[in-house]
Design a binder for this molecule. Sequence first.
Ligand SMILES: NC(=O)c1ccc[n+]([C@@H]2O[C@H](COP(=O)([O-])OP(=O)(O)OC[C@H]3O[C@@H](n4cnc5c(N)ncnc54)[C@H](OP(=O)(O)O)[C@@H]3O)[C@@H](O)[C@H]2O)c1
Length: 269
Amino acid sequence: MIVVTGATGNVGRELVSILAAAGEQVTAVSRQPAQFAEGVRHSQADLNDPTSLRSALEGADALFLLVAGDDPHGILKEAADVKRVVLLSSQGAGTRPEVYRHPALFERAVRESGLDFTILRPGGFDSNAYAWAESVRTRRTAAAPFGDVGLPTIDPADIAAVAAAVLRESGHSGRTYELTGPALVTPRERAAALGAALGEPVRFVEQTREEARAQMLQVMPEPVVEGTLAILGEPTAAEQSVSPDVQRVLGRAPRTFADWAARNLPAFR
Ligand SMILES: NC(=O)c1ccc[n+]([C@@H]2O[C@H](COP(=O)([O-])OP(=O)(O)OC[C@H]3O[C@@H](n4cnc5c(N)ncnc54)[C@H](OP(=O)(O)O)[C@@H]3O)[C@@H](O)[C@H]2O)c1
């Protein structure tokens, strides 16, 4: 049985359905109640309270772990009987560990746990474009800072596909995979791709760094806002490089932002 935390998220929901379709027994974990396909067990638990995972983890062979809460050691203690743990970390744990301290802390705990582990380090998600859903629906506009700085954002469905492979196959033990999309795409190009998928232009509005900062502070702690702005505005060479790891694990190229937009149009119509 495979336990998937973050099971109602962009990555987790897709991962649960890939695993269930492959015939795996799945326990889907989130804090809020949720519905899944028949045969998928749902367990309500909070990663902030590791003991709340106990019933989800009973009889589990593998754990897909999200970075949430402050006690990775407590979580891994509860998971001591699983054979494999796959951690959804973040590219920032490698490129800016002083800012992305939580993912770095979880990575260290997983490495030191003695369990068979694989770490996934995705860059920015294509699904971050959901932040534009309302303005695209109502005004056909999309606002972001650093309109012409490209990053190789990744489709969360590709992260889920890699996670499913790594959870089910052997040969990934001890590996850290950097997960990116197939090419650099700028915010301006992402807005244009959404417009092309909709069949109507989407106007790109370039925000100042301060405007973007004020907006991000509503949903993220200050150090993470600064780190994210640095990645969006002055990415390092590592943050702009296209990784071969999706192709290596899946035997196919990662999907484009245009592909993500076409599959997720209802949110923007
Ligand atoms: N977006 C990016 O660009 C990016 C880049 C790199 C890494 N990441 C990482 O990827 C992770 C997954 O992203 P996503 O887009 O799939 O997530 P998401 O859509 O925001 O969903 C988060 C999921 O985690 C669950 N959850 C949140 N806090 C929890 C807790 N304390 N205990 C148990 N469950 C909890 C949520 O359900 P409930 O609310 O019901 O608990 C939901 O199922 C993020 O958490 C982030 O660390 C994201």
